[in-house]
Design a binder for this molecule. Sequence first.
Ligand SMILES: Nc1ncnc2c1ncn2[C@@H]1O[C@H](COP(=O)(O)OP(=O)(O)OP(=O)(O)O)[C@@H](O)[C@H]1O
Length: 357
Amino acid sequence: MSNMDDGLNITAVGKGFGPVQVLRDVSLSVPRGAFHTLLGPSGSGKTTLLKIVAGFTPADSGAVTLAGRAITDMPPEHRNIGVVFQHYALFPHMSVTENIGFGLKMRGVAKAERAARVEEVLRLVRMTGFGHRKPAALSGGQQQRVALARALVIKPQLLLLDEPLSALDRKVRQEVREELKRIQAETGVTTVMVTHDQEEALFLADRVLVLEGGALRQQGAPADIYGNPADEFVAGFLGAINLLKVKAEGQMLRLGSQSFAPPADVIGALACASKGAVLHLAVRPEQLLVEPGEAGTGQLGGRLIATEFGGPVVTLRIDVEGQAVSVLSLSPDVLAAGPWEVGMPVRLMVRGGSLLA
Ligand SMILES: Nc1ncnc2c1ncn2[C@@H]1O[C@H](COP(=O)(O)OP(=O)(O)OP(=O)(O)O)[C@@H](O)[C@H]1O
């Protein structure tokens, strides 16, 4: 059996609620042991897809297999999938131990083994000693660790997480996401997590899947999706980006009256563009380098409009022939390269990006 067959396979899944088509022909594969994040704006169908995989919602069309078994029509409790939702959904009247052991009890696991497995997962989520507490006596972050322990105690073949961190405040959220990454690596459980938080998706996953309007727009390694977005939607959704209107001109790009050298990333795409084609060069603010002074040959020149201090980083706003460009640099680098005065000429070096039609 191939690695692909060991994991999760979703083939051509469609789903509508009344006249509204929520998922359109979604196909994806998550190899065994992988951690994929499903990223998309509100209403893009993320939760619906997760519910179809978990068995809480039937698909209208398509198929789902897990570890080589067809699970499309299988009741949720037979799928061997662990699920954690945004709101902890722990049973309030049960202790942590009882909450975690509940699924095992339902499966008829004997008391002694139950106790041993609950202890094991409590250790895994670093909650040893909290077994007797009720959920109300735990912090939000601790409750989510318990929810994770409860999902993992059944030794699932798949872990589904639906925005498990979004109810937590920023600092706790960062702690729990690091824990989540460690726990996933330690257990090696195949994981799909839904989020609308770009940073979280990029940090956690070995592969990010971007969903929009019920269809997959792009999937790839985090650095790939971020650095080489396939279209304007993905580019903008993953963070701040400059979309420079340029023209293809042989091996160079033209912006207004200036001709400049393209970054190495786009040379291949540029070779395929017809001469004079109007394109968008998508460049992250940190993919640009800026220096005071006039532009040299093959560089792009502009004027400084503003410097915005943001602690560790500074954003420089630059006007390049009527196009607004943002550059993000580390504060010490900006200070060392200065002085900077509004209105002064600056030159830009483009270190990366992608060409969008
Ligand atoms: N049971 C339902 N009945 C009718 N419409 C539904 C139902 N469940 C979801 N929808 C609709 O389907 C669309 C997709 O919802 P879904 O919850 O999958 O999106 P999402 O990407 O998870 O969004 P969010 O990030 O806001 O949770 C939404 O327009 C929603 O209103």
